[in-house]
Write a protein that binds this ligand. Structure first.
Ligand code: AP5
Ligand code: MG
Length: 191
């Protein structure tokens, strides 16, 4: 089985994906973590990525699709994947579904949506900003811009899976990460 975790910035994708990795031995692919690492290389490509992610702007779909498929193909023999941050746009869904069909025919992919209210997203990220020093976490207005981009580009992806009837929503507002984890595990264990 593979698992895809959707959610707005600060909804807990990374937090829950790491727990899945630890508990089930799945390989965690965070496109955001990958891009932040790549942006540390000060070549032209790294600088272009840095410029986009620091402002919360998405990497162009054709490039993101290629990078994602490369990461998966380089780790193909793991027991399962937990995808955190991909697919994030409608063109990415099309490529993702074709790719899964090709690489993992017959393998189930569970889609989990972490739903968290906007004020809680902002306060969580401002809390993290002090520790992790991510440029895209630095100001409230930068965080609000990312949430707006999420609504415009990624909520339609969530709606796509909801329409297919395969989306499992876990409400994270006013819940600790352990409480959310208990619900995420219930979803995984009942698939
Ligand atoms: P990415 O790194 O994925 O950032 P994001 O989507 O904005 O999400 P975050 O990592 O900020 O939040 P999270 O949901 O992982 O929450 P976390 O667990 O850390 O992407 C960064 C950028 O890369 C994008 O903006 C874009 O530019 C680019 N990019 C990435 N993927 C792309 C794609 N597919 N296409 C194009 N561009 C792409 O939790 C947040 C904080 O809250 C933490 O401090 C955590 O400890 C805390 N917390 C977690 N759960 C709880 C809880 N239940 N209660 C209280 N606190 C909690
Ligand atoms: Mg994250």
């Amino acid at each position: 089985m593979n698992i895809t975790i959707f959610g707005a910035p600060g909804s807990g994708k990374g937090t829950q994906a790491k727990k899945i990795m630890k508990e089930y031995g799945y390989f965690h692919i965070s496109t955001g973590d990958f891009l932040r690492e790549r942006a540390k290389v000060l070549d032209i490509f790294g600088k272009q990525i840095k410029e986009l992610i620091d402002h919360g702007l998405f990497i162009p779909d054709d490039l993101m699709i290629r990078l994602f498929e490369e990461i998966v193909n380089n780790n193909i023999s793991v027991p399962g994947f937990v995808f955190d941050g991909y697919p994030r746009t409608l063109p990415q869904i099309d490529a993702f579904e074709d790719f899964l069909q090709q690489q993992f025919p017959g393998v189930n992919t569970t889609t989990i949506f972490l739903e968290v209210e906007e004020e809680e997203l902002i306060s969580r990220i401002l809390g993290r900003a002090v520790i992790e020093l991510r440029a895209d976490d630095a100001t409230r207005s930068n965080i609000q811009d990312r949430i707006a981009i999420f609504k415009e580009k990624t909520l339609p992806v969530v709606a796509h899976y909801a329409a297919l009837g395969t989306l499992k929503t876990v409400v994270g507002t006013d819940k600790t990460s352990t409480e959310v984890w208990n619900e995420v595990q219930q979803v995984i264990n009942t698939v």
